[in-house]
Design a protein around this ligand. Structure first.
Ligand code: ZN
Length: 79
């Protein structure tokens, strides 16, 4: 009997682990409006630190870049 290995397509290309979301809060001072706002940015990264995305204002955007990174990595790997 074959066991179809349940491999997550979008796990880290090096270790297969699912990415974790990192959130980071930055304060931004708006000179023109004299206000300070808090901005939360997100990125996805392999829990083992193999690859990571850039910081995005939305987790969904980071998740999209993660998929692109994985695809890109797989593309390079294929002959
Ligand atoms: Zn990894």
């Amino acid at each position: 009997m074959w066991f179809k290995r349940k491999y997550n397509e979008y796990g880290c290309p090096m270790c297969g682990r699912l990415p974790v979301i990192k959130a980071w809060q930055t304060e931004k001072y708006h000179e023109s409006r004299k206000v300070r706002t808090t901005l939360t940015v997100y990125r996805l990264q392999c829990p083992r630190g193999h690859i990571s995305t850039s910081w995005f204002s939305h987790a969904a955007l980071a998740s999209r870049q993660w998929k692109e990174l994985v695809d890109e990595y797989k593309g390079k790997d294929t002959k």
